[in-house]
Write a protein that binds this ligand. Structure first.
Ligand code: AR6
Length: 177
């Protein structure tokens, strides 16, 4: 696949990820997988109590890894739950954040999912600076797309215009590198 074809599969948009009719939406969860605030709270509210019931059967998830459940009342068929790092300013943060994106895409490919929507993992409560996180996310997404041909479209859904602009900058920086 050409680099252009690869980048055409990455879309950025401002909005609410709970409204995305993708094959899977990614949840920025915590290691209990039992819900919380931010995008996690929004996904659980929109999916309904059956999501929590399925999450209870999973026994949690370590930082950097991912687990999959059904989407229940969401327009998305599946939810891929991942646990981002709490930002500390250490090299391990970047490795863990990259692992989140990579492990979500690996799971999506294993389930033969074609369309995936990501939020800005770790960029809320977990305090990851958006510009750094965006560069890591875009690179990991590009690498995932080159590994997994079955993935047709990855949309990163940003809540705020500021976050969207940070992702737009990261995307053009990587494309022009
Ligand atoms: N759609 C898209 N993005 C959203 C939405 C939404 N509906 N709601 C929030 N965001 P956060 P984290 C953005 O805090 O930093 C939870 O309590 C938000 O603006 O949701 O990974 C978990 O249980 C931010 O840019 O996740 C964990 O305990 C991004 O989503 C902890 O927070 C991520 O913010 C995880 O923290």
């Amino acid at each position: 696949m050409t680099v252009d074809a690869l980048f055409r599969k990455i879309a950025l948009q401002q909005g609410d990820i709970t409204r995305m009719a993708a094959d899977a939406v990614v949840n920025a969860a915590n290691s209990t997988l039992l819900g919380g605030g931010g995008v996690d709270g929004a996904i659980h509210r929109a999916a309904g109590p059956e999501l929590l019931a399925e999450c209870r059967t999973l026994g949690g998830c370590p930082t950097g890894e991912a687990r999959i459940t059904r989407g229940y009342n969401l327009p998305a068929r599946y939810v891929i739950h991942t646990v981002g790092p709490v930002y500390r300013g250490l090299p391990a943060d970047a490795r863990m954040l990259s692992a989140c994106y990579r492990n979500c895409l690996k799971l999506a490919a294993a389930y033969q999912l074609e369309t995936i929507a990501f939020p800005a993992i770790s960029c809320g409560v977990y305090g990851y600076p958006i510009a750094d996180a965006a560069a890591i996310a875009i690179e990991a997404i590009r690498d995932g797309l080159s590994l997994y041909d079955s993935i047709r479209q990855i949309t990163v859904v940003l809540f705020s215009g500021t976050d969207l602009r940070a992702y737009e900058r990261a995307l053009s920086a990587l494309r022009n590198r």
